[in-house]
Write a protein that binds this ligand. Structure first.
Ligand code: SF4
Length: 292
């Protein structure tokens, strides 16, 4: 079999077709390919917004593309319809970007978590409102340039995974496309758990983060390896760290992206301290029950 045939066969079997309208190097299509490989054909995807939509419109399974103010409530309706039809064999994914999940629809995601709806809520976090012109969101990291934070964001990124975990849902995890086995294992695990599952992934956005699209996976891996984006899961209230890479200085991550170019040394020092403190807190909590 030639290499070309192998690719053809892969795309034939995969539930995600090539040729998206996303920017080169966007992490969205890669993420969806991995998610759908883990979930299989009996899946319905409900998701938001132009950036996320350009990634989900290539899914070869039933999808609903909706406005980012409706995250989690439409998927609640889909679950109700499936219950009425007696279908228990279908996994419902509700997806939203960082602006939808962490800002605009946070109340709706919170309400679905409180009701313990049987869905997998995925946050596709590119750390700004990329689809409307790279404005900052609540999940933009400290120090990052956006068109509404021209001198760098002055506040920290919201801790949405911990906020959702505090709803005492059965499963919360952070994941990264640069750790694909871990990501797929978490999606598979979420599929087998009944109730509300939340998976938060930071995806690389070369356009908004200002880096060479060829380096998408490399940049994203540095996010994990500096502990700026730690990988963990909280299952039935117990925290478990999924990867403990030897910590690299945050400067290695910041220097890969133009959005951090204006940061002053004191800002970098502050960010490093924040990351160190979170790392220590996670390591101390590893294996412990955070929520009953
Ligand atoms: S702007 Fe960013 S998130 Fe949106 S499609 Fe382009 S690379 Fe992907």
């Amino acid at each position: 079999m030639t290499l070309d045939n192998k690719f053809d066969e892969y795309y034939e079997k995969n539930f995600y077709q090539g040729g998206t309208t996303c920017c080169p190097g966007c992490g969205g299509p890669l993420l969806w390919r991995m998610i759908l490989e883990a979930l299989g054909p009996n899946t319905i995807v409900y998701g938001d917004g132009p950036c996320a939509m350009c990634a989900i419109r290539n899914i070869k399974l039933p999808t609903f593309s909706i406005h980012f103010s409706f995250i989690a409530d439409g998927s609640t309706g889909i679950l109700a319809a499936l219950r009425a039809k007696g279908r228990q064999d279908i996994t419902v994914i509700s997806s939203g970007g960082d602006g939808a999940t962490g800002d605009i629809s946070l109340g709706k995601v919170s309400a679905a978590a409180e009701r313990n709806e049987n869905m997998i809520q995925i946050c596709v976090d590119n750390e700004a409102y990329m689809n409307t012109g790279i404005q900052k969101s609540g999940l933009t990291p400290f120090g990052a340039w956006t068109t509404t934070t021209p001198t760098g964001k002055e506040n920290n990124k919201k801790e949405i995974p911990m906020i959702i975990a505090a709803h005492r849902v059965p499963y919360v995890a952070t994941a990264s496309i640069s750790y694909p086995r871990d990501l797929k294992a978490k999606i598979e695990k979420a599929k087998g758990i009944k109730g509300f599952k939340y998976i938060h992934t930071v995806i690389p956005c070369p356009t908004g983060w200002r880096f060479d699209p060829a380096k998408s996976v490399e940049v994203t891996r540095l996010g994990v390896d500096t502990w700026a984006w730690p990988l963990f899961e909280i299952e039935q209230g117990t925290l478990k760290i999924s990867a403990k890479p030897e910590q690299k200085p945050i400067t290695e991550y910041l220097s890969t992206q133009g959005r951090f170019r204006q940061m002053k040394p004191e800002h970098v020092e502050y960010l490093q301290k924040e990351i160190d403190s979170k790392r220590i807190s996670l390591l101390e909590s590893n294996g412990r029950k955070l929520f009953l």
